[in-house]
Write a protein that binds this ligand. Sequence first.
Ligand code: DSN
Length: 439
Amino acid sequence: MYSEDLYKTDPEIFAAVQNETEREHGGLELIASENFVSEAVLAALGSVLTNKYAEGYPYKWDKDTGQLDYSKYGRYYGGCEFVDKAEALAIERAKKLFGADHVNVQPHSGTTANMTAYFALGEPGDVLLGLNLSHGGHLSHGHPINFSGRFFKVVQYEVDPNTEQINFDTLLKLAREVKPKMIVAGASAYPRTMHFDKFREVADEVGAYLVADIAHIAGLVAAGLHISPVPYSDIVTTTTHKTLRGPRGAIVMCKKEHAQTVDKVSFPGMQGGPLEHVIAAKAVCFKEAAGEEFKAYQKQTVANAKALGSELEKRGYRIVAGGTDTHLMLVDLRNKGVTGRKVERRLEQVGITCNRNTIPYDPEKPFVTSGIRLGTPALTTRGMKEPEMARVAELIDELITNIDDKDAYPAVKAKVAELCESYPLYPRRRAEYKQISSV
Ligand code: DSN
């Protein structure tokens, strides 16, 4: 009904939306950081809450008790009655879901959530110890071209060359040498368990704060399938759109003693008006994530990742760190004589989407890479299970085996389309768009 208005007002943007919906339905989405949100999340995102300015918070901090007080008006604008309700629901649901003392649900992205964490715990010039990007870390964990690398004195730790996993003895040795103000435990391409308990031990040894960034594994943590960083960390950040399957955005969770500082750093320190439509959609996501269905979904996501990894291994691919404990894996392509860039581009031509990724100690440049990163959250949302993972591995292998034979592509593309057709995505939405655009 509302899409008709979009079609009439702006057919070009309507076409972009319709085509993207068809692309998502018609392809195999293996980007580990992507997922397909529910219609309920989309409804909150596309609501009139986007109209509202609500700088401030739906509460005030009580000076005497140090507790937040929802009965006090903490906004700098009138008319916040209903966005206050939505934001309070988001906060309380997130606290319960992760067992956190306090949650700020306003960060627009994972990077601003990390910025909030760093400025809540430290000052520019402090030493920050984070995982190197080409060993699975993230730009915002201290890369020189990122704000984190420009504001902080960054030292990067790496994975062990033999196990391709974090070695806590090596990390402790490095931490003792550089005496960080904070250690960042988090990754965007680390397939194995992040041992937050061991990170805490290292942090305690050197008197550092511990920031955990669980952007990738938040869904697994919420479902109890991965060790939670909350008891061990001073601050935990996460995006809400990856395994957590909510809207694009982020949150910051913290211990009681950092709560007021985190709030002040987020607003007015870094951001202006919060995106209340996104916050409402985060609330919906947290409600969904608290259910039994979500737990089963996460379990299947991990089972699918293990299945996809072992099916690729059967076909001669080397899986970095010997496999996965999570939703993602890194595939080393060197023995196949192809680069990550080439495979990413060619897979896209047959409807399989993934991203090229450096592997630890990669001889190739980050723009080329020797690997690809594959993740199962999106395909699992569509209902695919282990037999489909075997099929996906077969199709990836068929393409890579025939990578220089363009005549082989149409057959692979047809098989991809056939598999996708059996797991329809957004069927009502697609039918509505078709009806509108065919008039
Ligand atoms: N760009 C995200 C990812 O793909 O992992 C991290 O921010």
